[in-house]
Structure formats: C-alpha cells, structure tokens
Design a protein around this ligand. Structure first.
Ligand SMILES: [Zn+2]
Length: 339
C-alpha cells in the first residue's frame, strides 16, 4: 500500500462538478442517505452541484474535496449561512467517501478539515444528522460528536424504506480546538493498557472484563482499575471508580483536574457522575453499552449542558476488541465457545 498517493483536501471548484456528480450517484446507489433516491439521473446530480457550487460562490457554504492523486475520493460541505439567531452554528452535510476509499480515514480527515473551516468562520457549534446505520455513531462519537437523539421514519433510504435519523452536535469552543483532533494513536496506546486490565478482571477475579486507567495531564498513569464488584462485595466497584479512587489517593486530591480517563466500556450513569464530580477533563471509551451507557447510548450524562463542568468525550476507541472480550466472557458463562 506504499504507492497510495497522499490525501489532499481543498475547496472544490466548478471544474470538479462531474467528479462530484459521479461520487453523489455512487453514494446514492450504495444506499447512502444524502437526500436523493436511487437511481439518481446525472442531470439531477449536476443540477444539485451547480446550485451548491453557486451557493459556495456566494459564501453560504464551503465544499471541500478529498483527492488521492487526480481522483476525487470524498467530499463534505459546511453550511455557514444560518438564521440570524444562530450566527455561531454551522451544519455539516453531504459528507461522502468513494467506495474504493472507505476505511482509509478520508471521512475523518474531511470532517477535521471542515471543523477548521468552521473555526475560521468563528463557528462554535456544529450540527449534523446522519441515517442510523451501523458504524455511523461510532464514527461521529470518535470525532467528538454527541448524539441528541433519534427521529424515527425521518427519510426514505435511496433504495427504499423509511429509516431513522440521528442528530449529532459538537461544541468547538470548549476545548479551544487544540484538543479536538484527538491524538488517536495515543488514545489507542492507553486503551491497550485498559484492555490489559480488563483481561485481569477475568483472569484474577472472574469479573466482567472492563478496565480503566486515569492519565494525568503530563502523561502519567496515576490510577488503574478493573471491575471488582463481586470480589469486594461492592456495587460501586466499577473499573472507573476503582481507577479514580487510586488516582485521587495518588494526587492527594478528590479532583482529577486535567486528567483523562480511559475505559474499555462506555461508562454507566454512576461512573459518569463520579467523573463530573472529579472534574475529569476527558473520557475515552471503547465499546458502547446499549443497555446502560451514559455517554450517549442510553443517557447522555457526560454531555449534559446543565453540569457546570464540561467533559470531552471520545468513544469507539478499540471498541471491537473490548466488545469481543465482553461477548466472550458472557458466552463462556453460558458454556459457549469464544467467537
Ligand atoms: Zn460504572
């Protein structure tokens, strides 16, 4: 894969219209929810982009393209012209990646670039809606977006049938931008440590495999924990609580200011509130928990604007590994072989 040309992201121009139309038609044919039905005639695709490009000319929107070599492999639009009551808001829309370039970071790179454009327009709130499909939520959460909820039967999918839409938002001002592009490699490195602790929960205590670590602002692990409910006869001994207790002892402070907490499973409501109390700066979690998750899956406690402390949340880091460990643990309990 060394001969793959580097990704180049820049605003599109009228000369790109044919390539944009081809990408739109391809996306619609693959049942991508971007406002159109399949089959999308070329004339309709061209008409859409002609209008969109004219709107960009008027400064109402910014349309970015992503190229590898001469090939357009993705696009995304930021609508910056909003109602007079929402000068601080911009809307992300028509984010598409060519089938051939999926899984190579094009979408994330486009969104990061669109966020930079938004900052340049003094925007502090980004919103978007996306069809509720597998992977989309993990993708946006990982980029720091929070879910405001689902609207059932929102739109027809290109190939037919009504589908739900999930509304996402992201505040750009809370972290000043420097931290928004999360250091993904760094996150994965720490998450591996947390996954090792999850393993110890099973091996040492036969507990549900969830592991957590607290990392100080200068990059030191100051607390580790894994689930100890059964061993400690303690309903509150979740991995995050155990790790935060140790971190508090290590710092001699009940506030973990500036710290990042890594946990292999989306935190529950109890742990989320403890993180708010502790003034944790950032929470990075692995697998989502559709039953009790409080970082967006069931409750969105960490992001609730009524708290006077804001926690930055990144989800879906090494989620598959964390999820597989959990699945295999429960399969083992039922006498089934691991996946
Ligand atoms: Zn918990």
């Amino acid at each position: 894969m060394t001969d793959v040309p580097p990704l180049r992201i820049a605003p599109v121009s009228d000369a790109d219209r044919d390539a944009l139309s081809a990408l739109l038609i391809e996306t619609v044919a693959a049942n991508g929810s971007v406002g159109f039905m399949h089959p999308l005639p070329i004339a309709d695709a061209d008409a859409f982009w002609s209008q969109a490009l004219a709107s960009a000319q008027r400064g109402e929107r910014v349309i970015l393209g992503a190229w590898r070599g001469d090939r357009l492999v993705g696009t995304g639009t930021l609508v910056v012209a909003m109602a007079p009551s929402q000068p601080h808001r911009a809307e992300l829309t028509k984010v598409m990646t060519a089938e051939s370039a999926r899984g190579s970071g094009v979408g994330a790179a486009l969104i990061a670039a669109l966020e930079q454009v938004a900052r340049g327009h003094d925007k502090s709130l980004l919103t978007l809606d996306a069809a509720v499909i597998e992977g989309a939520t993990v993708f946006y959460r990982r980029l720091g977006y929070r879910s405001a909820g689902d609207i059932p039967d929102y739109a027809y999918k290109p190939l037919g049938g009504l589908g739900a839409t999930r509304v996402f938002w992201k505040s750009l001002d809370a972290s000043g931008g420097a931290r928004v592009a999360s250091p993904r490699d760094e996150d994965e490195r720490w998450m591996r440590r947390a996954l090792e602790l999850a393993e110890r929960a099973v091996i040492e205590d036969d507990e549900i495999p969830v592991g957590a670590i607290v990392v100080s602002p200068d990059g030191q692990v100051i607390g580790e924990g894994w689930n100890r409910n059964i061993a400690e006869h303690d309903p509150s001994a979740h991995a995050e609580i155990v790790a935060m207790r140790r971190a508090g002892q290590a710092l001699g402070n009940h506030r973990l200011v500036g710290c990042t907490l890594y946990v292999t499973l989306e935190p529950c409501a109890m742990c989320a509130m403890a993180m708010i109390h502790a003034r944790v700066a950032r929470v990075v979690h692995g697998a989502s928990d559709p039953k009790t998750g409080a970082a967006g899956s069931v409750f969105d406690l960490l992001a609730d604007p009524r708290h006077n402390h804001r926690v930055e949340v990144t989800g879906g880091v090494l989620a598959d590994e964390a999820g597989t460990r959990l699945t295999n643990y429960f399969r083992g309990k039922r006498g089934k072989p691991p996946l």
